[in-house]
Structure formats: structure tokens, C-alpha cells
Design a protein. Structure first.
Length: 273
């Protein structure tokens, strides 16, 4: 704790509770998160009883490396990663229950575009009138909202009808070939957790602590995914940008913040200057 300032130290050594840590740029919020994880490990919490999620692979790698340096031990296999990498790990463990072959493959954006071009060709859609990128955006948008093609309300206008048809064909093609895109990783693993309560309960029991870095960037399905892993004895800590004031958060950010404060009440609000 010696290298930390008083505000940082207060967060790192806090008693177990739900926390929302708001921090300005350069206030060392990720550093505080790492020190909190290391402090808990030093105080007999298993490294595997904690889930820490961030938004980039680089940040996740750095987080794990710094935890190992602070703890002076190998914590390989710890649940530290991006939403997508952790969702991928869940699906590999439970591929059968998730309705996937064990050898399922991940599609990157280029792969998605290639598949969508084939679907557009099958449906005789002209690129000028129906750009592939538009279909990709449509699919990603609905997956981020947690909505499958079959659950969309019946379209009234012709443009929406075509978009829904493409989405339906895309999902069927992916399922046939055992292909999973990045949006599907989260959606499929969320469906796994909601369809199999015993699997959800196993992880809810395992994770005593859940940490979310860059909370202001979380979207609807990421929020629901975290909540599905939260157990009755789990403590949650979210770290976000304090852009002068939490009231500057808009739209989805403001909704997530309000929902977080309600879902995990009482939440202790802490600030890093």
C-alpha cells in the first residue's frame, strides 16, 4: 500500500462491499483495481474466486502481469480478461450445453463480411442498394441488445424486412457451420447462463468478487452478462471515468449507472482525485 495515495489506499484496503469507484484521467484507477485484487489475494482470497473484466486484451494482459508482480506468484488461469475472452472461455467449457460443437470457430469482421456477401448473393441483393456493412451493423446492433432474429417484431417496412431476413440467414449459416462472431460470444454465453441455472450457480458460487474496469463503456448485454454471474455472496466493484460529475453521463451510460446503483444497493461511492 506504500506506493498509493490516501484515496487509493482507502479503495484497495476497503472492507468487503459493493463499490462504484469514480476517477478522473490520470488518477490511477486501473492501478487501484490491480492493487485491490493483489490485496485480496494477500488476504487469503483465492485468485480463482475473482472475475476481473476490461475492454482490451492489452489491458487484461497488463492487469494479470501486474497482479503476479505484486503477489510474487503465478496466477495463470485467473479469470481476468475482456468480456469476449471470458465469454469464449465459458463457451469452450460448456459447448455442448450452449448448442455448439466443441471445435466451434471464431469469426472476425472480415469473416463476417465474406459470409454476408454470400448471403446477399443468395438473396439477390445488390451491393449498391444493400451494402454488406449495413447488414453487419444491423446484426451487431441487435446482438448487443441481446435480440435474436426470431425474436424481432415482424417488420412493417421493406428495408427492415430485408435486414431481418439477412439476419435470419446469417444465424442459420453460423449455426450449421459452428461459427461464432464476437457478439455471439456474449449472447450465447448469456443464454447458456440463463438456460442452465446449475451452470450459472456454479460460477456465482465461485466468484466472491467481480471487478469491472471502464464501467462507463459497458453496453446492455455486457451488463446483463455480469449480472448473470453475480451470486448472493458476491461483492461487485465497478470503476469508471468521473468526467467532473456522474451527471455528465448520458443515454446508456446514465441508465447503466442508475441500474447498477439499484441492482447492487447499497453501493459505496468512492472517488479518486
Amino acid at each position: 500500500l506504500e506506493s498509493l495515495n490516501p484515496e487509493q489506499r482507502e479503495v484497495v484496503a476497503a472492507s468487503p462491499k459493493h463499490m462504484l469507484v469514480l476517477a478522473g484521467a490520470g488518477s490511477g484507477k486501473t492501478r487501484v483495481l490491480v492493487h485491490r485484487l493483489a490485496w485480496l489475494i494477500a488476504h487469503q482470497v483465492s485468485p480463482y474466486a475473482m472475475l476481473a473484466v476490461t475492454f482490451t486484451n492489452k489491458a487484461a494482459r497488463e492487469m494479470q502481469t501486474r497482479i503476479e508482480q505484486l503477489c510474487h506468484k503465478n496466477v495463470n488461469g485467473m479469470w481476468v480478461g475482456t468480456f469476449h475472452s471470458l465469454a469464449h472461455r465459458l463457451l469452450r467449457r460448456h459447448a455442448e450445453q450452449a448448442g455448439l460443437p466443441e471445435t466451434f470457430q471464431i469469426l472476425d469482421t472480415e469473416d463476417q463480411m465474406r459470409l454476408l456477401r454470400k448471403i446477399h448473393k443468395t438473396l439477390r441483393l445488390e451491393e449498391k442498394q444493400w451494402p454488406v456493412k449495413q447488414s453487419l451493423w444491423y446484426i451487431q446492433k441487435h446482438k448487443e441488445q441481446g435480440t435474436r432474429a426470431e425474436r424481432l417484431p415482424t417488420a412493417e417496412n421493406p428495408v427492415e424486412k430485408v435486414a431481418q431476413t439477412v439476419y435470419q440467414h446469417y444465424e442459420e449459416a453460423c449455426q450449421r457451420a459452428g461459427l461464432v462472431d464476437f457478439g455471439e460470444l456474449l449472447l450465447r454465453s448469456l443464454e447458456l447462463l440463463t438456460s442452465y441455472p446449475e451452470i450459472a450457480e456454479r460460477y456465482q458460487t465461485q466468484f466472491q468478487y467481480i471487478f469491472i474496469d471502464e464501467f462507463q463503456d459497458i453496453n446492455a448485454i455486457q451488463y446483463r452478462w455480469v449480472k448473470a454471474l453475480f451470486g448472493t455472496d458476491t461483492y461487485i466493484v465497478a470503476v469508471g471515468d468521473d468526467d467532473q460529475s456522474i451527471y455528465s453521463w448520458r443515454g446508456a451510460q446514465a441508465d447503466n449507472l442508475q441500474t447498477f446503483l439499484e441492482d447492487y444497493a447499497p453501493v459505496t461511492l468512492m472517488r479518486l482525485e
